[in-house]
Design a protein around this ligand. Structure first.
Ligand code: AMP
Ligand code: GLY
Length: 429
């Protein structure tokens, strides 16, 4: 039977998912608030329906006869889209609202880790109002991360000793308007992501990826949704050992053991510290940009994972090409603090050469492609080494349109080398 898959979401991550599904012969439909030209071209139909409009999505799923759904972003998961689709008889690959709390509620996530004894949990406390959080900050000895309890698009966390002082963090907590907070010990090391495909008790991990969250080169400036990312030809990254990777994978398995109903992607954001990997956070979906590193080198068909998940079967073992990837995002001028939406972009698709081009939060209108307030497009190089992949990504950016900004340092040999040196220094090697 030909599967009809409804893809929810219109970013770079979802373009990568669409590309992985289009290669399988599935019939693809998609919906998002913005018309992503890359997805629209791969799909048989595209509806401008926000993923958080759960009734609108269910109506579209019914109209197109979806036999499966894939939910890309966290917003629709938080809104309970998976539950509503399931009630309507459509299996969606993604956690139900209750399990999605692992991402959508940071206080719940930390308490869950503590109660279940999951490894890699930093010291933390949760607070129900800003005053209590500030009082704790005044007395806590050491650097901390302060986190609003709910979703903030990756932009709500502040880390003392890195971005700001304790006094500034206290002011941030008081002024930002959020009530509920998690305050936890600052983890020091190198961050990496491992995404696991999860369903029916199976946990299948993929190669580690390192994202670059800060807006500017040299890891300066405010946090963003992620400016670019790289992965190596094996499962580990150059600054980690096989044991470090295995420990991260073990933590993901422990987590799923404690959440047996979980399905979809479980994304572990880890800090590799001098004491091994610790959990910065979990996300309930593919990373964006990380999906653009992982899916292009996945040899196992994503559709086979989806049908096994739906049919209650064990997930197939995953195979990956032994290839490195480098992904670089083009973002609107001013992103993330004051992004210039509504700039018309002229993207020359022919000139990206060997690189893959993924459209992100742009909007295709009759007379062209326009920026929104979020990331615009990404290029991905795939090669035998990170250095080779980086060169492919850079040559694709030579013809980048006006009105976008790129972090050119992502994946450069000296930058990757600095991560290796940093870990050696922390480990006293
Ligand atoms: P999150 O929204 O939880 O991904 O946090 C955004 C970013 O804040 C992470 O990618 C880290 O760079 C940083 N961060 C979060 N928690 C911590 C922590 N406990 N220690 C150090 N950095 C952190
Ligand atoms: N790459 C960060 C995220 O997807 O949350």
């Amino acid at each position: 039977m030909t599967e009809t898959v409804l893809l929810v979401g219109g970013g770079g991550r979802e373009h990568a998912i669409a590309r992985a599904l289009a290669a399988t012969g599935a019939t693809l439909y998609a919906c998002a608030g913005n018309r992503n030209p890359g997805i629209a071209r791969l799909a048989d139909g595209f509806a401008e329906v926000e993923g958080t409009d759960v009734d609108g999505v269910v109506e579209y799923a019914d109209e197109v006869g979806a036999t499966l759904a894939v939910v890309g972003p966290e917003g629709p998961l938080a809104a309970g889209l998976v539950d509503v689709l399931e009630d309507a008889g459509v299996y969606a690959f993604g956690p139900r609202q209750a399990e999605a709390r692992i991402e959508t509620d940071k206080a719940w996530q930390r308490q869950f880790m503590r109660e279940q004894g999951i490894s890699g949990c930093p010291d933390f406390e949760t607070f129900e109002n800003a005053d209590a959080a500030c009082e704790y900050l005044d007395t806590y000895d050491g650097d901390v991360a302060v986190k609003p309890r709910g979703l903030t698009g990756g932009k709500g966390v502040r880390v003392t000793g890195d971005q700001l002082s304790k006094a500034e963090a206290t002011e941030y907590v008081r002024e930002s308007g959020y009530d509920e907070w998690v305050i936890e010990e600052r983890l020091v090391g190198e961050e990496f992501t491992v995404q696991a495909f999860v369903a029916n008790g199976s946990v299948r991990v993929s190669p580690a990826v390192q994202d670059h969250k800060r807006a500017y080169e040299g890891d300066e400036g405010p946090n963003t949704g992620g400016m670019g990312s790289y992965s190596d030809a094996g499962f580990e990254l150059p600054f980690m050992t096989e044991d470090d990777y295995d420990e991260a994978a073990r933590i993901l398995r422990e987590t799923v053991d404690a959440l047996p109903e979980y399905r979809g992607i479980l994304y572990g954001q880890f800090m590799l510290t001098a004491d091994g990997p610790k959990v910065v956070e979990f996300n309930a979906r593919f990373g964006d940009p990380e999906a653009m590193n992982t899916l292009p080198v996945m040899r196992t068909e994503f559709l086979d994972v989806l049908t096994a998940a739906r049919d209650g079967e064990e997930l197939p073992p995953l195979e990956f090409d032994a290839r490195a990837t480098v992904c670089k995002y083009g973002v609107p001028e001013g992103y993330p603090t004051d992004p210039q939406a509504g700039t018309k972009l002229t993207i020359d698709e022919e000139s990206v050469g060997e690189a893959l081009l993924f459209y992100a939060s742009v909007d295709e209108r009759e007379d062209g492609i326009y920026t929104t307030t979020s990331r615009a497009f990404a290029v991905v190089g795939v090669a035998e080494s990170i250095g080779g992949a980086e060169k492919i990504a850079e040559s694709a950016l030579e013809s980048a349109p006006d009105g976008v900004r790129v972090r050119h340092d992502v994946g450069k040999p000296e930058v990757v080398g600095r991560r290796v040196d940093h870990m050696q220094q922390l480990r006293g090697e």
